[in-house]
Design a protein around this ligand. Sequence first.
Ligand SMILES: *Cc1c(COP(=O)(O)O)cnc(C)c1O
Length: 354
Amino acid sequence: METVLDINITRVENSKLNDLNLENIPFGKYFSDHMLEAEYENGEWKNIEIKPYQPLIIQPSLAALHYGQSIFEGIKAYKDTNGEGYIFRPYDNFLRFNLSAERMCMPTVPEEIFMDGMKQLVAIDKNWIPFREDHSMYIRPLMFATDVLLGVRPSDTYKFMIILSPSGPYYTTPMKIYVEEKYTRSVKGGAGFSKNAGNYATSMIAAKEAREKGYDQVLWTDAIEHKWLQEVGMMNVMFIIDGVAVTPELSEGTILNGVTRNSVIVMLQEMGIEVQERRLNIDEVVEAYKKGLLQEVFGTGTAATIAPIQELGYGDLRMPFDVSSFKIATALRKQFDDIRYSRIPDTHGWMVKV
Ligand SMILES: *Cc1c(COP(=O)(O)O)cnc(C)c1O
C-alpha cells in the first residue's frame, strides 16, 4: 500500500471482528475497528488520524448541534474472490461532498484526505468487508461544525471523519411509495442537491405519515404545484414508460445527483434503452399507468442499490405493479451486482482498488 498522505495511525489491540459474524447483518448497525478523523482550524486541515473507533467528547454548545452545519456521504466497498477490496466510484462522492460543503458554508476537504484517507482506512479494516451477495461495507464520510459558540454564523472549526459499517441489504422487500403532496423536501434555491443533515430531519415526518398509510417511503414532488416528481427518500427514481427510461432532471438543484442514478443511466444507454432526463409530472405517470404503458418503477441509491417499487399511491389512487415482470430493473441489478462483485470486467473504471 503506497502512503501518499501523512496519517497518524493507531491500531486496535484486539479486533472486534472476532465477536461478530458478518454472515447476516443489518444495514448500518455495526462499525469496524477504526475511524478516520481530521480537524479544520485556522484555515487548514490538520491532525489527520486513523484510530480505534470510539466516542467523541463534545460540548453542549457545539455549533453543529444547534444550526446544523453537518454533511455526509454514502459509499460502498466490496471484495472480489481473491479477497481484494474495491470501492465503488468514490471520486464522484468526493466531488459531491465538497459541493455539499460549499452550499453549507463549510470548508472543502482536500482530495488527499478524502480519497487517500478513505483508501487507507478501508485497507486497514479490509477484513470487515463482507463477502456475500447483497452485502458490502458502507463507508460514511461526514463533516460537522465544531465551534463552541451560540452565535449564528459559519463555524471557524470543523471535524471531518470517516466511519465504516459492514452492512446487509437496506430494503429486503419491494417498496410501496406514496406521492407526497403536503410536505416539501426541496425547492429551487434550497439545498436539495446537497447531502446535509437537515434535509433528512425535515423529511422524516412525511415518511412517518406515509408509513401510517401503509407505505414505506414518499415520492417527493415540487414545492409549488406538488405535481413535478423529484426523488424517493434516499434514492433517485426511474420510470420505464413505453420502453423509454424517464427520470427527473437535475437542473433545478432540487434533487441529489446520485452516483447510482448516473451509473444506471450509463448502463441503460449501453443496453440501447433511450434515457430521458427531464421534468416529469405525476399526471403523465398516472396516465401512462392507466394506458398500461408504465412498465417499471424503481429507486436507485448506494444504500438500496436498485430497488423495485411494487406500489405507487397518489391520493386515493393505488397503482400496484408486478415487480417480477420488471425486466429492465432486473437486468440492471444483475449487471450492477456483477460489476460490484467483480464477476465481469469493470469497463467503466468504477471500481477503485484499496
Ligand atoms: C444519497 C441520496 C441519493 C442517492 O445517491 P447515490 O449517490 O446513488 O447514493 C438520492 N437521494 C437522496 C436524497 C440521497 O440522500
